[in-house]
Design a protein around this ligand. Structure first.
Ligand SMILES: NC(=O)c1ccc[n+]([C@@H]2O[C@H](COP(=O)([O-])OP(=O)(O)OC[C@H]3O[C@@H](n4cnc5c(N)ncnc54)[C@H](O)[C@@H]3O)[C@@H](O)[C@H]2O)c1
Length: 249
């Protein structure tokens, strides 16, 4: 049975959507949860209240993962507040979809900066206390788009594929210190990120999904919770698909 009592976690983009579900799930299993986010403070405060409602300590850090110094400060704030950092979930992500011919260089860079560079900055900052403690769990939020590519998502798909390579490299570099690093690759999950998607694309995703439904934020959070648990202590460098069978490797 999963038990995260005494564990502390930092979730990026944890105010809403999948990140919020992850934070709540970890708190339900006993972990204290901090999160960074750039969204509306009132949304973040509501999430803090929900985590505290589960009897756990919660910490909201208004920080942007594209700022390396802010990432270092966020990790320091968690260690200061909770005494240590056991779990890092690099979940913050954005889309700026367009076909390559029309995609602006600015939107190409922005998505890479948030989804991939942000995860690197956070990982770099978080492994310092983890190495010292000789314990850690890192989970990176990838996507089916990073595995199979997606028309209109060159920036997003490249960022998620990069995240998978970062996951494997991190796993190889720090495995000997009992720190695991894995990725979760969700299929389609209805959130603020995806709610305005073209109905034709939604239909296409559904047809490609053997389980014939979209995923929920809890489907993804459950996979993350498993990967950060003791039960997953011999699993590292893996990509766990939570996609209803869309991508089979
Ligand atoms: N929704 C899906 O179908 C789906 C599928 C596959 C992967 N994902 C991935 O799951 C993750 C969460 O997606 P979601 O659907 O919950 O999206 P969401 O937009 O609902 O939530 C993302 C959160 O990240 C925060 N954020 C954005 N940029 C940030 C930054 N620079 N620094 C700190 N926080 C930042 C946002 O404020 C927001 O709270 C993303 O990495 C996304 O790529 C989502």
């Amino acid at each position: 049975m999963i038990d995260l009592t005494g564990r502390t976690a930092l979730v990026t983009g944890g105010a809403r959507g999948i990140g919020k579900a992850i934070g709540l799930n970890l708190a339900r299993e006993g972990a204290d949860v901090a999160f960074v986010d750039v969204g509306r403070p009132e949304v973040a405060e509501a999430t803090v209240a929900e985590i505290q409602g589960l009897g756990r300590r919660a910490l909201y850090i208004p920080a942007d993962v594209t700022d390396p110094d802010a990432c270092v400060a966020a990790v320091a704030a968690v260690v200061e507040a909770f005494g240590k950092l056991d779990i890092l979930v690099n979940n913050a992500g954005i889309t700026r979809d367009d076909l390559i011919m029309r995609m602006s260089v600015e939107n190409w860079k922005k998505v890479l900066e948030v989804n991939l560079f942000g995860a690197f900055y956070m990982t770099k900052a978080a492994i310092r206390p983890m190495l010292k403690a000789r314990y850690g769990r890192i989970v990176n939020m990838a996507s089916v788009s990073g595995q199979m590519g997606q028309a209109g998502q060159a920036n997003y798909s490249a960022s998620k594929a990069g995240l998978i390579a970062l996951t494997k490299t991190t796993a190889r570099e720090i495995g000997s210190r009992h720190i695991t690093c894995n990725a979760v690759a969700p299929g389609f999950v209805m959130t603020e990120l995806t709610k305005d998607m073209n109905p034709e694309i939604l239909d296409y995703f559904l047809k490609m999904t053997p389980l014939a439904r979209f995923g929920t934020t809890d489907d993804v959070a459950n996979a993350v919770t498993f990967l950060v648990s003791e039960e997953a202590s011999y699993i590292t460098g893996q990509v766990l698909a939570v996609d209803g069978g869309m991508v089979m490797q």
